[in-house]
Design a protein around this ligand. Structure first.
Ligand SMILES: C[S@@+](CC[C@H](N)C(=O)[O-])C[C@H]1O[C@@H](n2cnc3c(N)ncnc32)[C@H](O)[C@@H]1O
Length: 219
């Protein structure tokens, strides 16, 4: 966790190095809409690319045991402090998700929120297979990514929509095409799938994001 090389090379450390939650604690409605009325007590959850842990915190507050993985040493240390201070059952893990040792059929819930768009195509496919194997049968993945309708992608391709670009757009590996997130997890059964463009006031200057959000179930 104190690896100075990672501290230097993970751009999100800079954003997480403050008392407040950089992204706030609000979650996507596709996630809360599916989970908020479910009994989650005692469920095993994995939050991939957790950042400061807003999804891990929400799940732990509802009784889940959460493993939360991120490459940002600052985000992981911040989440570890928050969990200890608030008595939450969260195990923060400082790791690259591409090298994480996924246990087989171990999790009832896996969340992966704007992490697959930080991985190259090959690593995405490898991690997606690991995620599918790590879910127990009948259990649920929630994933979201930014799409080619995001102004950050438009900025790369020279579209005038570029004025609405997020301050973290420079750290994206890629933007997902229409239905690409659903295809990445095609062995799972999609329960909710939505692509949308929405304003984001949670961090930095007001901007927009193109989202793809998926709730999917393992058979
Ligand atoms: C846009 S942030 C989203 C954070 C969090 N999921 C949320 O919704 O608040 C992307 C996160 O992915 C993490 N990340 C990027 N590449 C990673 C990798 N290869 N392994 C683990 N985490 C990674 C970053 O450190 C960052 O915290």
């Amino acid at each position: 966790m104190d690896n100075p090389e990672t501290k230097r090379t993970s751009p999100f450390n800079h954003f997480y190095d403050q008392d407040d939650f950089y992204y706030g604690l609000d979650l996507r409605p596709e996630f809360t809409g599916y989970f908020e009325k479910k009994d989650l007590a005692g469920k095993n959850a994995l939050d991939l690319g957790c950042g400061e842990g807003r999804y891990a915190i929400w799940l732990a507050r509802r009784g889940c045991r959460v493993t939360a993985v991120d490459i940002s040493a600052v985000g992981i240390a911040k989440l570890a402090r928050f969990a200890a201070e608030n008595g939450l059952d969260i195990q923060p893990v400082h790791a690259d998700v591409g090298k994480f040792d996924f246990p087989e059929a171990a999790f009832d819930i896996i969340t992966a929120t704007t992490i697959f768009d930080h991985l190259n195509d090959q690593t995405s496919k490898q991690v997606a297979l690991s995620v599918i194997n790590a879910l127990k049968p009948g259990c649920i993945l929630y994933a979201d990514v930014f799409t080619i309708n995001d102004p950050g992608y438009c900025a790369i391709t020279g579209n005038p929509e570029a004025s609405d670009v997020s301050d973290t757009a420079a750290f994206m590996a890629r933007y997902f095409k229409e239905n690409e997130l659903k295809r990445l997890f095609s062995p799972l059964i999609p329960l909710v799938y939505r692509e949308t463009v929405e304003p984001d006031l949670s961090h930095g200057k007001p901007h927009k994001h193109g989202w793809a959000c998926l709730v999917a179930k393992k058979q």
